[in-house]
Design a protein around this ligand. Sequence first.
Ligand SMILES: [Zn+2]
Ligand SMILES: [Zn+2]
Length: 250
Amino acid sequence: MPERAFLRTRYRAIPGKRDGEDHWIGGEPYHKGAICPTCRIPLLQLWDINCHDRRFPRRRFGPLERLPLYFCWSCVSELCYTFTGPARVRVRALVKRESGQFPYEPYPSRLERKPLSLAAGVPDSIRKIVKDWVDSGSFRPGDLTMEARKALERFFGHRVKSTFCLVHHQVGGPPLGPWSGTIVLCPNAACRSHRRPMRFLAGILNDPWRGLPFAEPADEETLTNPNLFVTLQYHICSDCWSIMACNSCD
Ligand SMILES: [Zn+2]
Ligand SMILES: [Zn+2]
């Protein structure tokens, strides 16, 4: 069953670019209580989404003004957080993992604040290249023309080595890539949608070159071995406004 998207329109998120809609990478967390329950250190605010982007359906985010996407990259535990007030959040670790997994020294107290722009839709030319490639059953870029491969790389924002590379930083739309189809259930026992599917909200790739360092250091990436397939997948419950953050890798 395809996963249901919280926003119907798919937006490609482009780190470092400004679109006038007040979306950001990094910065200080907004909420008291944005602390990892396993490591007892502040969560990293990866993205800070403006819920009043003029392209989003009005009031789609209910009471939320801004939507921070938090995670702890020390323990990479699966987290669920629920907004309990404009400046408060309650965080639970659903799958706990050990601290100390961040590959960079020192562990950052926050990520550098940079603009983030959202670009709606997928051009027909890109859809056609992707469809033809996937339909051919090939995983290899050698089956693409150089022109087609360059067009994909410009669109996705990273090197394209195989069809597993057809993922990008994403807000809205169904999830791309090998993680599509994962069903995440609302874990909040006080919610009327408890144990019902949450909706896919966003996916963030490991992208050390553009301020999102999640896996091995950027200078250990090589042309033939890019480290792109570590992603965070965010789901949302529109009854209790809980957010679930899960880490996936290929
Ligand atoms: Zn932690
Ligand atoms: Zn819920």
